[in-house]
Design a protein. Structure first.
Length: 317
């Protein structure tokens, strides 16, 4: 049984394809990917497609979880925009780890350790923490006591002996921190079920870094263009909103002026009507008083002063 163990591809397509060519050249058909397919690099969609087409087993890395929606940092959002809903669902549903028995030993394969996808296990971590990494963690689906642990995350190939148990980091394909070369791990187990031996080989592969840099620069140019387009559209929207707001204010003011003019006209009409009614009432009063004066004079002339006094309603009636 021979495994090619890859991790931390980080959307670096050129490095991924170079490693793939080496795996094909060696005739290895079992390709296990220990997470961080995306993030950092310029081509997450293409690398994810390669993994879906060529990997036989895949586990989730911290960047896969973040890009799928576990966090919303600026560096999570850009690759998220390049992936489809199905791609994001695939990343979010990847299993935490793999436990398989090879050569009568339980081998555990995870991205960052056995405590969580965001917990980092370093070569200088305490012995207690390293030993604990081999223990079961039912919450993460790690049900067995491991005899060997293969992980990734720190981007440095290493092989340690932890109380007689192998702790192996497969290195990074797309973002190695211990070399400029892509790195992956080959594990080989005997076909004889009685054997307990294994062999581990780190493979470092050069790749076309210039081409990947060019791809990154093209993506950067695209992002800048999109950003500029967004800025222009935002300014246009703001201008349109300002014009629309001004129009609404002008319409409101015009409407208010119209209402004021109508109210003024109505008030003037009411005042005019009131003045006319008052003038008519005054005329009626004056007419009545004149008539009463005539009556008093007539009664006085006829000697009917008493009657006149009884009928007198005064000038202020």
């Amino acid at each position: 049984m021979k495994l090619a163990v890859l991790a931390d591809l980080h959307a670096n397509l050129e490095a991924t394809l170079s490693v793939h060519a080496d795996i094909v050249r060696r005739g290895i058909t079992e390709v296990w990917v220990l997470g961080d397919l995306v993030g950092k690099g310029p081509r997450p969609r293409e690398v994810l497609g390669w993994v879906q087409e060529n990997a036989t087993r895949v586990v989730q890395g911290n960047w896969d979880a973040r890009v799928a929606g576990a966090s919303h940092r600026p560096q999570d959002l850009w690759p998220r925009t390049l992936l489809s809903a199905a791609d994001l669902r695939y990343l979010g549903e990847l299993p935490y780890g793999i436990e398989e028995t090879f050569a009568r030993q339980v081998w555990r394969f995870v991205h960052a350790g056995s405590r969580g996808v965001f917990h980092r296990l370093y070569p200088h971590s305490s012995l207690q923490e390293q030993v604990a990494a081999f223990e079961p963690n039912l919450a993460l689906g790690l049900t067995q006591q491991a005899d060997a642990l293969v992980y990734a995350d720190i981007h440095e190939a290493l092989m340690l002996d932890v109380e007689g148990l192998p702790l192996i980091n497969c290195g990074s394909v797309g973002n190695p921190l211990d070399s400029t070369l892509a790195c992956y791990l080959i594990l080989e187990f005997p076909d004889n079920l009685q054997g307990v031996s294994y062999s581990a080989q780190f493979v470092r592969i050069p790749y076309n870094r210039a081409a990947e840099v060019t791809a990154a620069e093209q993506q950067l140019a695209t992002v800048r263009m999109q950003s500029e387009q967004t800025r222009i559209e935002s300014e246009q929207s703001q201008q349109e909103a300002a014009v629309h707001s001004k129009q609404q204010v002008e319409q409101a003011m015009n409407h208010a002026h119209t209402l004021v003019a109508e109210a003024k006209t109505k008030a003037e009409r009411i005042r005019g009507d009131s003045e006319r009614e008052l003038a008519a009432a005054t005329q009626r009063r004056d007419s009545i008083n004149a008539q009463l004066s005539n009556v008093r004079q007539m009664l006085a002339a006829l000697g009917g002063a008493a009657v006149g006094n009884a009928l007198d309603i005064g000038d202020n009636a």
